[in-house]
Ligand binder design. Structure first.
Ligand code: COA
Length: 259
């Protein structure tokens, strides 16, 4: 179905693997378009509750946008490339009502670091490396990297990484708060799945509410506190919230239906 992705769903968790290992999973036009479709599938399929994005092979998560597609672009073409990527993939992941997390298995550079940052949170293998090396090409990130790096690790550290193009290792990424966990390579996908299995046991509408309200912090056109009040009110009237309260009072495990 996809030429550059592998998508497999197990226990209501979709694993999307970017599959161009010979090009270190660089994001070419096809990968961006297919990622957009795969994320639509995750969001639209009621049998899927959450997703993991990872890279194929031992070396790279994603080594960036495909540099071979850059040379013919003029200013309008460059803007279109960045806009299309943000619309089709990066903003869509960030605003997905279902959790999408990154399992970073190697180089996460440029668009790869941006892809990981667009996800709701990140888990890394000990071999992961992160960086925004666009300045080496006379560029800046175009898939939201300047914004999300500052949001995630703070302005000073982000400015240094953006302006030096330096890479950081997984331990430093953990210390910076760029990733939540660092595990051995062979444990990466099982760690990601076990966290999503726990999240999947909660009420899906409440999970969507967490994503929407936490994202509002970084949207200056939104009043996050007002969105929280509205979302809290809407959730308390749902069947799942009634079930959650009843299960607590009856000292049993809640069974949520996403309603
Ligand atoms: N775009 C296109 N092709 C890429 C790529 C990218 N972002 N990153 C790696 N590749 C390709 C290489 O051209 C090479 O292809 P080839 O075998 O046909 O020559 C293949 O992937 C393997 O990469 P290589 O550079 O040989 O591996 P390495 O181990 O020596 O170095 C990196 C690994 C990640 C340090 C290096 O590939 C690199 O710097 N990549 C670009 C990172 C970058 O600038 N990303 C931001 C883009 S905006």
């Amino acid at each position: 179905m996809y030429s550059s992705l592998l998508v497999e769903t197990v226990n209501q968790i979709a694993t999307i693997t970017i599959n161009r290992p010979d090009k270190l999973n660089a994001l070419n036009k096809t990968v961006i378009e297919e990622l957009g479709k795969a994320i639509d599938e995750v969001i639209g399929d009621p049998a899927i509750l959450s997703a993991i994005i990872t890279g194929s092979g031992p070396k790279a998560f994603v080594a960036g946008a495909d540099i071979s597609e850059f040379s013919l672009l003029d200013a309008a073409g460059g803007k279109a490339l960045a806009q299309k990527g943000q619309d089709l993939v990066f903003s869509k992941i960030e605003n997905s009502p279902k959790p999408i997390i990154a399992a970073v298995n190697g180089f996460a550079l440029g668009g790869g670091c941006e892809l990981a940052m667009a996800c709701h949170f990140r888990i890394a293998s000990e071999t992961a490396k992160f960086g925004q090396p666009e300045v080496n090409l006379g560029l800046i990130p175009g898939y939201g990297g300047t914004q999300r790096l500052v949001q995630l690790i703070g302005k000073g550290r982000a400015m240094e990484l953006l302006m030096t193009g330096n890479m950081i290792d997984a331990a430093t990424a953990l210390q910076y708060g760029l990733v939540n966990h660092v595990v051995k390579s062979e444990e990466l996908l099982s760690k990601a799945s076990s966290i999503l299995t726990l999240i999947n046991s909660k009420a899906p509408l409440a999970i969507a509410g967490c994503i929407k309200t936490a994202n509002a912090v970084f949207n200056e056109r939104q009043d996050g506190y007002a969105i929280e009040i509205e979302t809290f009110g809407n959730l308390i009237a749902t069947a799942d919230a009634k079930e959650g309260a009843a299960a607590f009072m009856e000292k049993r495990k809640a069974s949520f239906k996403g309603l």
